[in-house]
Design a protein around this ligand. Structure first.
Ligand code: PMV
Length: 324
């Protein structure tokens, strides 16, 4: 029987970068995100006795060896407690560009965890699902939930406390976001490789880990008080700290292109003129603009005319991952 699940991408307002245990995929720092309604992955899974291996179809095409192996390994983790040994066909579609720093792994593994849970009759709690999703991709743990979500770094060596927790649901403070796509190319260095290189080579890494605790506290406080300026300030601080950190790796990791830099300057210019907007950027060249409820339409008009931008996506806050 085919089971289909849907999950939304999420964008971190306080970033995760670095692993305390690469094997269990445990984050070195906590993170806080908002889930985006408009960016969706829909994943169908079908276990069949006659299959001799898992098959992954991503956006209508057979996935490459590396991606297929990553998904198979993830499914093994869920097959084991279910006592199931059959293989599956997995069909996954994103309604946004894949692998270009747009958190497709977040919505991808969250949707897969939810679909596999139902197909394998595991009946896991959302917290347990987030623990599984984390093993697929760190940011996926957050996409299990909607609204504002905090991912805990956890302390336990087995990672059982490295899970996401919903802070406030999607209706609490309907912030909006624009995603300015500056390039549709796949990023050259994935986040796992980038994080590991950073942890091994950057002299700034210990300071990054230590200072994240305060960022998380301040972000929680800003969201609780619905203080947009404070939220934007901390989001930019965390984002630029993460990119400064990545640039201090050896060899340097530079995820931006020229347009990324121009857009950062443009948002700063608009803000000086009184527009409430802040940027955040993940492991890629796309610029995400965070704005208060009702502000994204005029910014959409503004950026749609900005030279060089490939595409502008607009989203408000969305809900958690679910069976369709
Ligand atoms: O979950 P991963 O391995 O795709 O890493 C996500 C890293 C960032 O997107 C840059 C930051 C974050 O917290 O989402």
């Amino acid at each position: 029987m085919k089971t289909t699940a849907k999950a939304h991408a999420n964008i971190a307002l306080v970033k995760y970068w670095g692993k305390r245990d690469p094997t269990l995929n445990l984050p070195a720092v906590g993170s806080i995100s908002m889930t985006l309604r408009a960016l969706t992955t829909t994943t169908a899974i079908n276990f069949k006795d006659e299959f001799t291996r898992d098959r992954l179809i991503l956006n209508g095409k057979h996935a490459g060896e590396k991606q297929a192996r990553r998904v198979s390994k993830f499914l093994d983790l869920m097959r084991e407690p279910a006592g199931v040994h059959t293989f599956a066909e997995i069909t996954s579609e994103n309604n946004f560009p894949t692998g270009a720093g747009l958190a497709s792994s977040a919505s991808g593994f969250a949707a897969l965890a939810v679909a596999a849970d139902r197909a394998l009759n595991l009946n896991l709690s959302p917290t347990a699902l987030s623990r599984y999703a984390r093993m697929g991709s760190g940011s996926a743990a957050r996409s299990i939930f909607g609204g504002f979500v905090e991912m805990h770094r956890g302390e336990k060596p087995d990672g059982s406390d490295a899970v996401a927790e919903p802070l406030f649901d999607a209706n609490y403070w309907p912030l909006e976001m624009l995603i300015l796509i500056t390039s549709e190319a796949e990023k050259p260095i994935g986040s796992t490789e980038g994080m590991n290189l950073t942890a091994q080579t950057s002299p700034y890494y210990p300071a990054w880990v230590e200072s994240s605790i305060n960022d998380l506290a301040e972000m929680r406080d800003a969201i609780t008080r619905r203080d947009f300026e404070k939220l934007g300030e901390i989001a930019e601080f965390s984002c630029f700290k993460m990119h400064g950190l990545a640039m201090s790796a050896n060899p340097a990791l530079i995820y931006w292109n020229e347009l990324t830099v121009k857009l950062i300057a443009e948002v700063r210019r608009l803000r000086k003129q009184g527009t409430p907007a802040y940027v955040t950027i993940d492991a890629g060249p796309q610029v995400k603009v965070i704005c208060p409820p009702g502000e994204s339409d005029s910014l959409m008009t503004h950026f749609s005319k900005f030279e060089g931008i490939k595409q502008v996506l607009q989203s408000n806050i969305g809900g958690g991952a679910r069976v369709k």
